[in-house]
Design a binder for this molecule. Structure first.
Ligand code: ZN
Length: 310
């Protein structure tokens, strides 16, 4: 069993309109945009990163906005819901805020003894806010959400899959333990982690397979401290028979990818060097940053990418 995985690193989804995506995450949810760059494999598409005050691994929701992309259709083989941690006692604030910002019918309920508010993003993405005690992660208060309510980072993702056995084996191999079960949902957790250390598994044997589109999660990334840990995880996964990619340089982290047995694309990403490697902490996410291999495209991209007004 691996001990290098520290929890989630980031979750990457598909959006349609970049401006609407930016407004939802910065204005409605009050997250900090910690990086404005492009998809390294498709530089004509933005890659927008939204996180907590420090842009910590385990807090960062990222998007590829493809203008005009049709919505996906939910089902199995995907992350069904991405959940953020909020301070205890702040659910009422969020319920009111979401309604004020035009989010339709946020739904309050309890799961595993935790109070949560489920709602949908502008492309039909499924999210939840979950009250947790004493989360030390630094909130971002620059977008009008007070510190007493601001999102601390991820709490968990809920994966929807048709068959459980191979997926549970993989999660256990990655260091997760099953800690609870409620209805069709099983909860897995790491013994020690970065607080974004829960995975919920919803087993839906007869549900349709998801079709990816706007509002769908593209992949989920797990955090490892550094490249050595990543190399160890890569070797172990290869030995288990998983088809793992070579190491890709994403400038802010190094990444490897493999397809989980439930159909969801997994990534393992390093915490280093992080988002301050090409702009300072006070100015994170403000300028369009391009990787060096695409810097020569800047004049073209600045003209062709839809401008984002903050
Ligand atoms: Zn990624």
């Amino acid at each position: 069993m691996l001990e290098q995985i520290q929890g989630l690193h980031h979750v990457t989804s598909i959006a349609s309109d970049p401006q609407r995506n930016n407004d939802f995450f910065t204005k409605t949810l009050g997250l900090r945009r910690v990086k404005k760059t492009v998809n390294f494999d498709r530089p004509d598409v933005y890659h927008l990163y939204y996180g907590n005050g420090d842009g910590d691994p385990g807090s960062v929701m990222t998007y590829f906005p493809f203008p005009g992309r049709l919505p996906g259709s939910p089902g199995t083989g995907e992350v069904g819901c991405t959940a953020f941690a909020i301070p205890e006692g702040s659910l009422g604030y969020w319920e009111q805020r979401l309604v004020d910002f035009g989010v339709r019918t946020p739904k309050k309920y309890a799961l595993f003894g935790e109070k949560r508010l489920a709602f949908q993003g502008p492309d039909g993405d499924f999210f939840a806010l979950i009250e947790v005690e004493d989360d030390p992660r630094k909130p971002w208060t620059g977008n009008s959400v007070p510190s007493l309510a601001a999102i601390r980072g991820f709490h968990s993702v809920c994966m929807r899959i048709a068959k459980q056995r191979a997926m549970i084996e993989l999660l256990k191999f990655m260091g997760y333990h099953r800690i609870n079960k409620e209805g069709q949902v099983q909860r897995f957790a790491l013994k020690a982690g970065n607080r974004a250390s829960f995975i919920d598994l919803e087993i839906l044997p007869s549900a349709p397979v998801a079709v990816q589109g706007a509002g769908s999660v593209h992949h989920v990334a797990f955090s490892v401290k550094n490249q050595r840990a990543q190399q160890e995880v890569r070797s172990a996964l290869l030995e288990m028979g998983h088809e793992v990619t070579s190491i890709r340089d994403r400038d802010y982290f190094k990444a490897i990818y493999f397809r989980s047995p439930g159909g969801i694309l997994f990534e393992v990403a390093t915490d280093t060097p992080g988002f301050t490697c090409d702009e300072d902490q006070d100015h994170l996410g403000l300028a369009l940053k391009l990787p060096k291999q695409h810097e020569h495209l800047r004049p073209l991209l600045e003209q062709e990418l839809q401008p984002i007004v903050d």
